[in-house]
Design a protein around this ligand. Sequence first.
Ligand code: SOE
Length: 386
Amino acid sequence: MKSVNVGMIGYKFMGKAHSHAYRDLPMFFPNSLKPEMKVICGRNEEAVAQAAKQFGWEEYTTDWKSLIERDDIDVIDINAPSDAHKEIAIAAARAGKHIYCEKPLALTLQDSREMLAAVQEAGVKHMVGFNYRFTPAVMLAKKLIDEGRLGEIYHFRAWFLQDWIIDPNFPLVWRLQKEVAGSGSHGDLGAHLIDMAHYLIGDISEVIGMSETFIKERPIPANMTGLSATSDENSPKGPVTVDDATLFMARFANGALGSFEATRFATGHRSTNSFEINGSKGSVIFDFERMNELQVYFTDDAKDVQGFRRVLATDAPHAYSEAWWPAGHTIGYEHTFIHSMVELMEAFTEDRQPVPNFVDGVKCQQVLEAVELSVEKRQWVKVSDL
Ligand code: SOE
């Protein structure tokens, strides 16, 4: 197998990010299997035809069921809104297709478990879109932890702050509707933080959270695409059925303590995705708005120069640096998706499951749901009880 034929369902924000990744991958990773951009699928024919042309897909279709039946398609990439993930993933697995699915994996823990069972039964490869794991600075943090260079880990604190719906008249887009999105900032942003915690620190054993929907009703959108939408003055309003902000505290199985904040109401923060980790021998701080850097502190540095140092984690010898630009010529958001697709291609070459996969997707969903239960009950919830 020298190339992998992809059929992609969804063509908006994530569709563009994935398409760009498939297109760039062969240029920068010439030794990788090549993803062939065969077919893009969406409900609106005019829009999907335009996307096919703009992003570089060979064909388009509006019928995902016929797409997954095609013999010439190896991988189904699902980046349609979250309520579409389950049906498509299960059908694709039964048709013997490998799957890349955007996060959150499903609307509920139960749905995500059914999806995992389907891919395992079919014996196909499965991957979930936790793209931030593939940031070289995050991978450096992981290396420092795994090598024991931060010592025993005491704290993981993470925050994902946005403000794109701060205007109460911003329309009721699908991300604000429970039946389509599952949850709000929690499943959209908190899911990334939870996966990051799993990746870096390990399993979460118990959680306690709180949640709020600040704006209860919003105008029904006339048009929406990606994260933007419009409505007119006379648009009727509908109820917001998800959280605007969810915060929770967590205890990790290894004894570390965690705090998590996901909100779309952090005025001035366009997309601040950060964490800090403190261990007995040092700390790291990461902020996606400065994604090329990791701040690192070691307790055994000479006292007179002790302090956080800024490591440019996209230069050699850091992850993926050999594929990119000369030293100091930094990379961006889109590269996290290219690296994710490289992992998917490597999984084919090495005949193993890519990571993160649906097992990680289910683990994330379990914590999401444990937090929701804790909010409802106003008490600590053990993740393993779900
Ligand atoms: C919108 O809130 C969003 O694009 C998420 O859906 C993504 O997963 C996150 O990476 C950035 O914010």
